[in-house]
Design a binder for this molecule. Structure first.
Ligand code: UDP
Ligand code: MG
Length: 334
C-alpha cells in the first residue's frame, strides 16, 4: 500500500522564500513516489505569505493552508499542523529552507526501516551569527543537564514522526509547548540522521532575542523542576550563613569593646540578599505563570480559515473538526 506523508511548514512573514520552499518540497515529495500533503500553517504573518500559498493551493491539490487569526508562535503552529495532518508519517520543516527538503527522503528511508521518530541533527550551522550558535549550544547543554528526559542536543523541530506518535502528541494538552522535548518524552523507537543546516534563503530570523529567551524558558520549565530546587537550596544556604553571621555579630557586641561602624557591610549584605530573594521569586513566578496559563484552559490557537479541506467528504471534515475541537476554535463554517 502507498504511504501517505504530511509535511508541516510553519511560516511567519516568509513571503520572500515561501514559493521557493514550495517548489523544493514539491520536487522532493514527488520523487518519494508516495502520496503527500503540504500543510502550510500561517502564523499570523503580516505580509503576503498566506496569499502566496492560497494561490498555489488553487493549482495544486497537495497544498493546504491553515490560516491563524494572529501570531501564536512557532511551536503552536507546529501543533496545529499535527492536528490537521492525515498522513501515516508527519514531517515538520522550517519555511526558510535552512532545513534542506532533500533530507526528508533520508528521514523517510529510516521510517521505512521501522523507526517511529527520526530527527535531523545539525552537524553544522551555516549563515547564523556567532551569538546564535553559542547561545544555542549553551542552551542545549544546560537543558540536558537540568532534565531527566533525554532531549537530543543540536536538534530543531526538523523531524519525522509516525502517525502513532502524532496521535499521542495530540493527546498532550499542555499550553506551553516545547515540541521537541515532548517528542523525546513520548519515547518510541527513535533515531537520527545528520545534516548541515543551511543559510536562510531570504528574509531574516523570526526569533529575536526576546523570543529565544521565552523559548528557552519554556523548554526548561516544561521538563525540569530543578530551578525550583536550586532556588530552595540557595534559600537554605543563605539562611544558614546569615545565622552564622549573626552569631559573629552578637559575639562581637557582647564580648569585645570594638564598635562596628558597619554601614557598608549592612548595605552590601542587604543588596545581595534582596537580589537573591527577588531572583528566587522570579523563578517561582515563571512556574506559577505557567500554571496560570494551563488553568485558563483557552484554546491553543484560533483558525481563521482552513484552505484545501473543502474537498473532504462532509463526515470526514466534521470528524476532523470534532477531534481537534478540544484544542482549537474554528470560526463557524456555515
Ligand atoms: N515561525 C513561526 N512563528 C513565529 C516565529 C517563527 O511560525 O512566531 C516559523 C518561521 O517562519 C520558520 C520557523 O518558524 O519557518 C523557524 O523560524 P526562524 O527560521 O526565524 O528561526 P531560526 O532558524 O532563526 O532559529
Ligand atoms: Mg531559520
Amino acid at each position: 500500500m502507498k504511504a501517505r506523508y504530511s509535511v508541516i511548514v510553519p511560516m511567519y512573514n516568509e513571503e520572500e522564500v515561501i514559493s521557493h520552499t514550495y517548489e523544493r518540497l514539491k520536487e522532493v515529495m514527488d520523487r518519494s513516489g508516495d502520496a503527500y500533503e503540504l500543510i502550510f500553517v500561517n502564523d499570523g504573518s503580516r505580509d503576503r505569505s498566506a496569499d502566496v500559498i492560497r494561490e498555489i493551493a488553487d493549482g495544486d491539490g497537495h497544498v493546504k493552508l491553515i490560516d491563524f487569526s494572529r501570531n501564536f508562535g512557532h511551536q503552536i503552529a507546529i501543533t496545529a499542523g499535527m492536528d490537521y495532518a492525515r498522513g501515516d508519517a508527519v514531517v515538520v520543516i522550517d519555511a526558510d529552507l535552512q532545513d534542506p527538503p532533500e533530507v526528508i527522503l533520508e528521514l523517510i528511508a529510516k521510517w521505512k526501516q521501522g523507526y517511529e521518530v527520526v530527527y535531523a541533527k545539525r552537524l553544522k550551522r551555516h549563515g547564523e551569527t556567532f551569538f546564535k550558535k553559542i547561545t544555542a549550544k549553551l542552551f542545549y547543554r544546560l537543558l540536558s543537564r537540568l532534565t531527566s528526559v533525554d532531549i537530543p542536543t543540536d536538534t530543531g523541530d526538523f523531524r519525522l514522526i509516525d502517525r502513532k506518535v502524532c496521535n499521542v502528541l495530540r493527546e498532550l494538552k499542555e499550553k506551553n509547548r516545547y515540541v521537541r522535548g515532548l517528542v523525546s518524552w513520548v519515547g518510541f523507537r527513535q533515531t537520527m540522521v545528520e545534516y548541515v543546516r543551511e543559510e536562510r534563503f531570504a528574509g531574516e530570523t523570526k526569533y529575536p532575542l526576546r523570543k529565544m529567551i521565552r523559548f528557552a524558558l519554556d523548554g526548561i520549565t516544561s521538563f525540569s523542576h530543578k530551578p525550583l530546587k536550586i532556588a530552595s537550596y540557595l534559600g537554605f544556604l543563605l539562611s544558614f550563613s546569615s545565622f552564622v553571621f549573626l552569631f559573629f555579630v552578637l559575639m562581637q557586641k557582647w564580648f569585645t569593646s570594638r564598635t562596628v561602624p558597619g554601614w557598608a557591610s549592612i548595605v552590601g549584605v542587604n543588596l545581595l540578599f534582596n537580589g537573591i530573594v527577588l531572583m528566587i521569586l522570579g523563578v517561582i513566578g515563571e512556574y506559577i505563570g505557567r500554571i496560570y496559563d494551563e488553568s485558563k484552559d483557552r484554546p491553543l490557537y484560533i483558525v481563521r480559515e482552513a484552505v484545501g479541506y473543502s474537498n473532504l467528504k462532509e463526515e470526514e471534515a466534521k470528524l476532523l473538526r470534532e477531534e481537534a475541537g478540544q484544542r482549537w476554535k474554528d470560526v463557524p463554517h456555515e
